[in-house]
Structures are given as C-alpha cells and as structure tokens.
Design a protein around this ligand. Sequence first.
Ligand SMILES: Cc1cc2nc3c(=O)[nH]c(=O)nc-3n(C[C@H](O)[C@H](O)[C@H](O)COP(=O)(O)OP(=O)(O)OC[C@H]3O[C@@H](n4cnc5c(N)ncnc54)[C@H](O)[C@@H]3O)c2cc1C
Length: 487
Amino acid sequence: MSEAKVVMIDAIMWFRQDLRVADNPALNAALQQGRVLPIYIHDTAAAGEHVVSGASALWLHHALASLEHTLQGHLQFFKGDALQVLNCLCARHNVRHVHWNRCYEPWRIDQDTQIKATLIDSGVTVQSHNGSLLWEPWQVAKPDGKPYRVFTPFYRKGCKSAAPPRSPLSYPYFKAEHQFAAKMDNANTLQSLELTLGKEWETATAKNWKISEIGASEQLDTFLASGLVDYKTGRNIPASANVSRLSPYLHHGLISPHTVWHAVGQQAASVDTEHFLSELGWREFSYYLLFHFPRMTNQNFQANFQGFTWEQDSESLAAWQRGKTGIPIVDAGMRELWQTGYMHNRVRMVVASFLTKNLRQDWRDGAKWFWQTLFDADLANNTASWQWVAGCGADAAPYFRIFNPVTQGGKFDSAGVYTRSLLPELAALPDKYLFAPWLAPAQILKKAGIVLGETYPNPIVDLKASREAALQAYAVLKANMGLNASD
Ligand SMILES: Cc1cc2nc3c(=O)[nH]c(=O)nc-3n(C[C@H](O)[C@H](O)[C@H](O)COP(=O)(O)OP(=O)(O)OC[C@H]3O[C@@H](n4cnc5c(N)ncnc54)[C@H](O)[C@@H]3O)c2cc1C
C-alpha cells in the first residue's frame, strides 16, 4: 500500500460474506467503539482455486456497490494480501480493534487464524462474530463428541438440542459522516477490483435480480406472501414460484439466515414452514461438513470412491455445459443457469445426476462449472450437494439412484412450461414427446419444425445403456461401503 495521511480510527469493520447493515453482529460491535473504518479486501491469492469468479464475482460487485451506497460512500476497497492490508491500516492509523463475521471455507479459516495471531501480537484486539450460521459447527456434536455425518440426526437431534438461533439484532443507528472514517487516498475504487468485466452477458444476467440489501428483504417478503404456502410440494416444480431464490443473497450475506429463519418461523406453523426451515438446515449441514471435513472440497467424502475411474470426455462435458446434450430437461437447466445465474434445485439434481452417472464424469468438473456460473456459488453447499448427487458424499443419494431425465421432466414439468421457455426450438412439440424428442414420429417432428441433429441435438448418450454401465461401474464400490474421507 502506498503512503496515506493518518486518520483517527477506533475500529475496523472487515466485510466479507456479510454485505449488509441489518443483523450484522460485527458491524454492530464495531460501531459501539467509536469511529469505524468499513473495508472490503479483494485478496485473490489466498483463495486459490476458490477465488470468487464469473457470475458470483458479478453479484459481489453489485452487492458491494449497494453496500457502499448504504454506507453513504464510506466503504473502502483494498486489494492484495489481507494480512498485509490490515497490518498496515492498524499500524498507520493506530487502530485498536478489528471486527469481522466468521467464514468457514478452509482457506478463510487458515487466513483468519494467521491474521488474528499477528494482530493480537501487535496489540490489536480482534473479535470474530457469527453472522452467517444458525448454529456454529462446534456447537453441534453426537453424544460421543464426534461430528454427525447424517442430516436427520444432525438437524433433529443435534441442532434442536443446541440453543435456538438468536433473534436478529436491531438495526444499528449511525450518522455516516460522524461515525465512519473519511475516504483514504490509498483506497481503491470498486471498479478497480475488476469483479465485473463490462461484458454483455453481465447486464443480461443481472437484470432479473435486485442485488441489494433491500432487494433481499423484498425477495423474502414476496416469498412469504406468495411462495411459502405449498412450498413442500411446489418446491419441486421448476415452473412454479414456490422457492425463495434467496440463495445468492444468503451466500453473499445481503440477508442473514437468522432474519430468514425468524421471519418464516413467525408464519402460521405448517408442513411448508417446517420444510422450508429444514432446507435452511441443509445449508447448516453443508457448512458443518465443510468445517469438520475440509478435505471434502477436493476429495470424495466416502473413501470407497477413491480410485473410482471417472470418464474424461471434454466433448460431452462441453455439451452439458452449453445445454446441448439432446436431453431436454438437462439442456433447459443448463441454459437457465447460463442465462440467469440460477438453477432450480430439482433441475440441479437432474443435471448433476446426468453428468456424474449417465456421462460418468467427475463431480469436481460439474462443481467447477457451477462455481463459475452460479450467482449463489458457495463452497459448502456446492461441494456437499455435488457429492450428495454423485453418491460419494455424506448421507448421499445411494449410488444406484440414477435420475431418469425423461421421467423427471414429465413428472415435475408436466405441462412443459419450464422446458419450453428455455428451449424455444422445442416449443411446438406435444407434451408426450417433449422430454424425449428422439421418440417422436417423423411427421410430428416435422410439424413442430424440428430436425434432430440440426435444430436440436440428438442425445449425446443412450439413457438406458449409460444407466446400466454406471450401475456396473458403481457396483465395485459396494465392497468398501461405509468408509469415509475422515477415517
Ligand atoms: C449439484 C448441486 C449444486 C448446488 N450448489 C449450490 C451452491 O453453490 N450454492 C447454494 O446456495 N446452493 C447450492 N445447491 C443447493 C440448492 O440447489 C440451492 O440452495 C437452492 O436451489 C437455492 O434456491 P432457493 O434459494 O430458491 O432455495 P429454497 O428452496 O427457497 O431454499 C431456501 C434456502 O435453503 C438453502 N438450501 C435449499 N436447498 C438446499 C440444499 N439442497 N443444500 C444446501 N442448502 C440448501 C439455501 O440457502 C436456500 O437459499 C446445489 C444443489 C445441487 C443439487
């Protein structure tokens, strides 16, 4: 960092995945200490392969812009090694206190541990807070003290016997010009972090979202008003508005899980509210697993999968990525992802099963693509979910459960609303053949204006044969069932 004039600062508030003012424990604590320097540090080296990128970086850009606006231009941006940036700021401005909300990615934990030790050594008080999880991973354990590996006992026994999630904090009072440090001359601009590249796809993808703290609240209100009733069944139908679409807001911390938990908990109790809260429980479970088994980001959770031979076929991987597999529900999902930065959960499961089971490609390749293209790309949820579908994760779908994309399409998009909206080239195909156009008689294809192999691809794989081949390949795993990466 270059020279900067000395400014009086009592506390630094280091924003990370908590880009909000409401219910932000670290910000509240910092504000109680006097003049606050609110900062964001873009440290690309420490994150390594898990650096925020693609769609998620675009979301981050807009979320930071919105937070900067809420803080009336006082959010300050820095680039580079976070330890060095914090050290310099503390030394130059004689800062006594640093606050942040905890993150749980393995690289973050390593970095935070090092930063905490270094700053404390130089006389700075460092306080980390819980702004992102309903239960800290170390608060929930089996009676024998070991971590849970199965969701139901984790949630029903472990979480329910721990203290209930705290209520959201009251909105902090601040007068920006008095309470926040003035802009430093060595701070960067948001634009210079290069989180957005000014490409056309960025405008098109972001336009359907209101990326701000207010946007998150409105999204929650809309869901409570019109999505929550019938959530339990409606959440499986990609064309229905029964899901909250809160995942990118939760990942980047534009809303806290406590706010969502209590807002839903205050609605009349029903199977729908209970089911929604349990989905927040799955989010907790993913973070819990990541904390206790950090190697799972790259290694199969179940050790019997080590050495399993995945196919390496870049052509079929590219067809899957671009939504050109010739399997309509898979292509619809992959195009939804590409066009909107989001994919419905039911379809995420179908496309992931197709990649890992019918194409037998490594779940890590799928996870990498999702990391680039999802607005809600989240190391805990993405890793745990991919491993779950591939069959190698904790409490995973059994290896022999292979989603049939034709049946899934017919069952969960029976009127074809979702699929037709994303695959206009198949719009005129009758429902009967929509999910398996290769079975349609020639005259029906002709009437619908479809030439397979030209206007829409032939299937890149035979669903029945690839299912049988996967079952055979996976069968060798049976012998070693029950082991996992932590053993
Ligand atoms: C292969 C695969 C990859 C995934 N990658 C991600 C990812 O990178 N980031 C991500 O946030 N979710 C991921 N998920 C989980 C899930 O699909 C999304 O959280 C959900 O679709 C988000 O939409 P929503 O907010 O409308 O969900 P809702 O149904 O409204 O659920 C509310 C919230 O609960 C949490 N949640 C719901 N389902 C799950 C789940 N299965 N696992 C963990 N948390 C859940 C999310 O925070 C979500 O916002 C993945 C699922 C699969 C099958």
